[in-house]
Design a protein around this ligand. Structure first.
Ligand SMILES: Nc1ncnc2c1ncn2[C@@H]1O[C@H](COP(=O)(O)OP(=O)(O)OP(=O)(O)O)[C@@H](O)[C@H]1O
Ligand SMILES: [Mg+2]
Length: 350
């Protein structure tokens, strides 16, 4: 048997590589492909590739076509779903290669692409975002300074007013100052320095769940699908609470009280996040059955001030993404009507 992984040292490649024989049986695969297909090499080798994929994979017939035509094929950004329901967007390259006399093999390369990595590759976009952040911080500081003075003066004025009816006006000033102060604090973003400690992610998600359920006064039910084998890892629990709260609040706004929100956790092994490979990664998903992210927003979603909500400030996701980045992780999104999933990936340095 050909051992492509060992013979050509493909084990460390981020791209999943699978070698299929003419019957589409797996002859060899590298570690990335094992992760993508969620199967061990010992289980996969000798089985049909089909066994590890959901029936929904529309590109599957292309494998036979590439073999029959003996012609390489590339398909970009196609959906790949495994038997366990894990969804990925991948670039697929199919290369028929000559095997023993008269037979052919098919080399399948699976390259995971997601929207966020696509954004991060775009240097100018990052540059624009960094500049915008600096401007926002400058403005936020300047706005914040006089707010304390305005609030104090309104309080003094309230004490001097003889007619209590007029206090309505000072109450408005104070309430608006407080609203502005909250907005400015959010514009300044999360703390730059993390206070990392050994954290149990399920304690964080349960805390968020209780907060939102209390806010919804029992009208909303949040389902849980936790992986109990997930170990504790070093993280800033306060910041993660903020990030997850932002995701769950968005989900709630999208699907309303009668919607369904699910919090799901999983462990990913040998997983690459933002170009770095990690032994263990925590995947936390916030899934909702709302109408989905508007198509026009999808590519700009994590930029500050991008909102589809008349009352929104468009800061929630940019803050959550920044917190994820500070942890060496990132947030990805997959959205369709009735099924929107934000995945927070956190490398676990246990
Ligand atoms: N689960 C979701 N389903 C559908 N759309 C979503 C979802 N999450 C976010 N969005 C869209 O992304 C936009 C940006 O979200 P973000 O949290 O950054 O800002 P916001 O919710 O509008 O305001 P803020 O969070 O600052 O109050 C939202 O306005 C909404 O249009
Ligand atoms: Mg929000």
């Amino acid at each position: 048997m050909v051992n492509i992984a060992a013979d050509y040292n493909l084990e460390l490649l981020a791209t999943g590589v699978v070698l299929l024989d003419a019957d589409l049986q797996i002859r060899a695969l590298n570690l990335s492909a094992e992760n993508l297909l969620e199967v061990s090499a010992s289980r996969a080798i000798g089985s049909q590739l089909e066994e590890f994929l959901d029936e929904s994979n529309e590109w599957y017939p292309l494998l036979r076509q590439a073999l029959a035509d003996n012609y390489p094929m590339v398909r970009r950004a196609v959906a790949m779903t495994t038997r366990t329901g894990q969804e990925r967007t991948v670039d697929i390259t199919l290369s028929p290669i000559a095997a023993e006399v008269g037979t052919r093999s098919l080399l399948v390369e699976l390259n995971v692409v997601d929207r966020l990595q696509a954004i991060s590759r775009d240097e100018s976009e990052w540059q624009a975002q960094a500049t915008l952040k600096e401007i926002m911080k400058g403005v936020a500081h300047e706005v914040k300074n006089p707010l304390g003075g305005i609030r104090g003066a309104a309080q003094l004025l309230a004490g001097e007013l003889a007619d209590p009816a007029q206090q309505e006006y000072t109450d408005i000033i104070i309430a608006e100052v407080d609203r502005l102060r909250t907005l400015v604090d959010r514009m300044l973003g999360p703390k730059e320095r993390l206070e990392s400690e050994l954290t149990n992610i399920h304690e964080v998600t349960e805390h968020v769940r209780h907060l939102i359920e209390a806010e919804a006064k029992g009208a909303l039910a949040i389902a849980r699908d936790y992986d109990p084998s997930l170990p504790d890892f070093y993280a800033d629990a306060g910041q993660l609470t903020q990030a997850i709260l932002n995701l769950v609040r968005n989900a709630w706004q999208a699907c309303g009280d009668s919607g369904l929100i699910t919090l799901r956790t999983r462990v990913l092994r040998q997983f690459t996040v933002g170009g770095n490979r990690h032994k263990l990664v925590c995947a936390l998903q916030v899934v909702d059955n709302g109408p989905g992210v508007p198509e026009a927003l999808l590519t700009r979603l994590f930029l500050p001030m991008v909102t589809g909500n008349a009352k929104g400030t468009g800061l929630g996701l940019s803050i959550a993404q920044r917190i994820a980045n500070q942890h060496g992780g990132l947030i990805q999104v997959q959205s369709a009507p009735g099924d929107t999933c934000f995945t927070l990936l956190l490398p676990m340095e246990v």
